[in-house]
Design a protein around this ligand. Structure first.
Ligand SMILES: Nc1ncnc2c1ncn2[C@@H]1O[C@H](COP(=O)(O)OP(=O)(O)OP(=O)(O)O)[C@@H](O)[C@H]1O
Length: 243
């Protein structure tokens, strides 16, 4: 079954402004991990925002086409419902952290679902263990490193257990050990059935992903098996994804 179907997606931040996304079509199967890559400014974050419903498309932005997540059109869903279907970890984790402790940050969404306290505790303990940040439980999120903040933001998103996860460059501030830690978590989540779309420049760090979507100047130019595209060194060099 398709977990995410993007059909003829086009986006402008302002009517009459530049077309940031240009008729993008692709489908992601449930339990698949897809990497989105392309040069800076090609529209990766905008695509993530369109899929997660976090991009502006009422007052200023103009979105055309359709994004369907688990059979539901994201533009027809209220934010609270959409958050149960698709969770997004932003490129800048400070955009989504606001609680005094990591534990409060993770508990916030389940509390807002009015889950009973023992279920909330269960979820908090579960995601702290899954993401491997149990030692940060009492920490102040603002005082963490960039990489740790991304892990806390991922844990907070996982507290709602959405079937689809979108991660926008969460490894960019991590050293090799940090990247390995995140990729291990992503593998575990994918193997557990989550559908994952991840924007990443370091393709070696996510080489275990299933498919790679290459964007160039707002258009999807290739969508193929990860190993097929990594092996196509002429294409990858021409598109400047490898030297
Ligand atoms: N809020 C906004 N208003 C107007 N234009 C924007 C806005 N956000 C992004 N853009 C423009 O949209 C284009 C695509 O930006 P986007 O952030 O989606 O690209 P990206 O591929 O994620 O880049 P990067 O790799 O640098 O994060 C860029 O030209 C950017 O300047």
């Amino acid at each position: 079954m398709d977990a995410v179907a993007v059909k003829g997606l086009a986006y402008q931040y302002q009517a009459g402004g530049p077309s940031i996304l240009k008729c993008i079509n692709f489908k992601v199967t449930q339990g698949e991990m897809v990497v989105v890559a392309g040069l800076s400014g090609c529209g990766k974050s905008t695509l993530c925002g369109c899929i997660s419903g976090t991009v502006q498309c009422n007052r200023y932005g103009v979105m055309k086409g359709e994004v369907v997540v688990n059979g539901k059109n994201v533009r027809e869903m209220r934010a609270a419902k959409l958050a149960l279907e698709v969770g997004m970890v932003f490129q800048d984790p400070d955009m989504q952290l606001f609680s005094p402790t990591v534990e409060d940050e993770i508990a916030f969404a389940p509390e807002n679902l009015c889950l009973p306290p023992d279920r909330i505790r269960e979820r908090v303990d579960g995601v702290l263990a899954l993401v491997g940040i149990a030692d940060l439980r009492e920490a102040n999120p603002y005082q963490l490193s960039g990489g740790e903040k991304h892990l806390v933001a991922l844990a907070a998103v996982l507290s709602l257990d959405p079937p689809v996860l979108i991660l926008d460059e969460v490894m960019s501030q991590l050293d090799a050990a940090g990247k390995k830690r995140v990729s291990t978590v992503l593998k575990k989540l994918r193997d557990g059935g989550k559908t994952i779309i991840v924007v990443e420049h370091d393709l070696e760090a996510v080489a275990f992903a299933d498919r790679l979507l290459v964007l160039e100047n707002g258009a999807a130019v290739r969508f193929d098996r990860m190993e097929t595209l990594l092996a196509d060194r002429d294409f990858m060099a021409a598109i400047r994804l490898i030297c």
